[in-house]
Design a protein. Structure first.
Length: 295
């Protein structure tokens, strides 16, 4: 495997990789520790990993403890001002801290931040369209501006940024809850990352979910765009994010199984790859996996 990894080590050297770690893949202690090892491995192999984390299940559990209900519309959490306090506390105070701790068991590498820090993520209130109508779902943000200065400085200093998907508002002084897939994709594009990697709790994008578990191993941006209207809620922000990334300069966007230990290393450093890979139009989707040659 090490010999097989050699061309990939050369190809990815010095490249930025944005990795989204989903809340559902984050419930197992061994998986979390393996995730941290993989990210540190990437860093020592000369890549520049940026971690963007979710925490949906952890937020829901904490809301329940506070006697608050979790409601989702258009795949996004309806976030009252009260719920926003819990979202911020869980993401920035709990999930992010834990990931930073696991990474830093390997050395002084990880620095945690939220999108609020140094104006990294600025948002406006998001009003999703449901059945043709704009719906108010509270403090949910749509990213309107990104400043990558702080992230870039950390990367230049050899650190691993760990980012919580919370944004500041430019106009009303509030903070906003942003879906972590959306935040990861926006950051990947803004950083000019080579790869966006979204870890989740399924093998990849299923062809005909929930009727079959046939994973689509690769597709172009246009092919994905045609599929988007058919996708169900959890996959929507992920695949919209992948599309945004490859349409904005990211070379490949991949959805991989976070339940498989060391899935990041298997995806980056082996010829086969796992999960679903999205490539920009013009790259032959069918060549992209064979030796991932189109990268
Ligand atoms: N076409 C599809 N392929 C795979 N999973 C799908 C698809 N459509 C919907 N899903 C659902 O999306 C879920 C992943 O999204 P989500 O629960 O938001 O995960 P995460 O916490 O990793 O962000 C899967 O567990 C699955 O139930
Ligand atoms: C607006 C919105 O829905 N925000 C998400 C943020 C966390 C997240 O995205 O976590 P996962 O990646 O684990 O799903 C939420 O409140 O659950």
């Amino acid at each position: 495997m090490l010999v097989e990894a050699l061309p990939w080590l050369t190809r990815h050297h010095g490249k930025t990789v944005v990795i989204k770690f989903g809340g559902n893949a984050m419930v197992d202690e061994e998986l979390k520790a393996a995730f941290a090892q993989d990210v540190v491995f990437l860093r020592h192999a000369g890549l520049k990993p940026v971690v963007v984390h979710g925490g949906g299940p952890q937020i829901s559990a904490q809301l329940e403890r506070h006697g608050l209900v979790s409601e989702f519309k258009a795949g996004l959490r309806v976030t009252t001002p009260e719920a926003m306090d819990v979202v911020r506390m869980v993401l920035a105070g709990q999930v992010q801290r834990e990931l930073v701790g696991l990474l830093n068991a390997h050395g002084p590498l990880a620095v945690g931040m939220t999108g609020e820090d140094a104006h990294t993520l600025t948002a406006t209130k998001h009003l999703p369209e449901i059945d043709g109508e704009r719906v108010d779902i509270g403090r949910v943000g749509e990213i309107s501006a990104i400043d990558t200065g702080a992230l870039q400085a950390l990367l230049d200093d050899g650190r691993i940024p760990v980012v919580s998907s919370i944004a500041r508002s430019a106009d009303d002084g509030h903070v906003y809850n942003v879906n972590a897939d959306t935040a990861a994709a926006a950051l990947a594009a803004a950083l000019g990352a080579e790869t966006l990697m979204v870890l989740t709790d399924v093998e990849g994008l299923y062809e005909d979910w929930p009727h079959s578990d046939e994973v689509i191993s690769r597709l172009t941006a246009s092919e994905l765009e045609r599929l988007l209207p058919e996708l169900a809620s959890g996959m929507v922000p992920k695949m919209e994010g992948c599309l945004h990334a490859v349409r904005n300069g990211v070379t490949t966007a991949r959805v991989i199984d976070g339940r498989v230990q060391h899935s990041i290393l298997l995806e980056i450093f082996t010829d086969e790859g796992i999960g679903t890979m999205v490539v920009p139009d013009g790259h032959d989707a069918h060549d992209a996996h064979e030796g991932k040659g189109a990268q």
